[in-house]
Design a binder for this molecule. Structure first.
Ligand code: HEM
Length: 235
């Protein structure tokens, strides 16, 4: 049995059912929008459907994207540790874990860029492009937002090196990769201290739960590294 070909077969089998469900959903949405627009006009129908007339809409977008970006970045870091420590090898085949880790990093970047850009349109406290690009210049909680900007740059650097693997040495690749832990830590502090949802028990549990899992994996990885070095010295 080849797990890779099983996975390909599963993906092919799921393709048309997923496309059909999405297509049906889109058709229903368009029909409802058309019906509503025939009574109220297209622009007010669109505003109603997407809540574009709400002053909070950009704030909702940025918070949702920030939380998604954080979760995906965390998952990517966790899977990176899983690849190095082989901790998930009994459950998942390693090339899959590695690919997933790489793609999650890219996906998290998409959400984080969206999270940052949307802030330019927030009527409550709009940020300029310069404030988004230059760390610690934001008018809102400059230090904590600055950590997010640094987290973004480090995530870009780490993600780009996935695609430069053939051109750089393994040592450089690894050294840059370790920066993802700094990016994660920065984004954790950023989310906790800049976010407006931190007072919610749900968000606190999310930050604490993800941090504890990361600390566990980091410790496991460091112990493995130390044992490996000790064995090499004894030989
Ligand atoms: C690794 C990169 C980043 C991650 C993972 C991230 C994630 C988050 C999270 C989880 C929150 C809390 C949301 C909430 O409490 O509802 C947040 C808030 C915030 N982030 Fe980021 N962020 C990142 C980069 C940035 C960048 C580049 C900027 C641009 C200046 C930025 C600006 C903000 C602001 C202003 C808030 C407060 C929004 C609010 O909740 O009112 N973030 N971010």
């Amino acid at each position: 049995m080849n797990p890779a070909s099983d996975r390909d077969e599963l993906t092919r089998g799921l393709f048309w059912p997923v496309v059909s469900v999405l297509g049906l959903g889109a058709l229903i949405l368009l029909a409802a929008l058309g019906l509503y627009a025939s009574q109220t006009g297209l622009s007010s129908a669109a505003a109603h459907f997407l809540a574009l007339d709400s002053t909070h809409i950009w704030w909702y977008f940025t918070r949702a994207a920030g939380i998604m970006g954080y979760m995906l970045l965390w998952l990517s870091v966790v899977l990176g540790f899983a690849v190095s420590t082989k901790i998930l090898d009994p459950f998942l085949d390693r090339p899959f874990t590695y690919d997933f880790h790489e793609h999650l990093s890219l996906l998290s970047l998409g959400f984080i860029v969206f999270h940052a850009l949307v802030l330019m349109f927030d009527p409550y406290e709009p940020l300029s492009l310069l404030q988004i690009l230059v760390p610690f210049t934001s008018s809102y909680r400059p230090f904590w937002v600055g950590l997010g900007v640094i987290g973004l740059y480090l995530t870009v650097l780490v993600t780009v090196t996935f695609y430069l693997r053939n051109w750089i040495s393994m040592r450089v690749f690894r050294s840059i990769h370790y920066l993802s832990v700094v990016a994660y830590l920065g984004s954790l502090l950023h989310g906790w201290f800049a976010g407006s949802d931190t007072s919610l028990p749900f968000m606190q549990s999310l930050y604490v739960g993800t941090s504890l899992a990361s600390i566990f994996l980091l410790t496991y990885w460091l112990v493995g590294l130390w044992q490996g070095r000790r064995r090499a010295v004894q030989r």
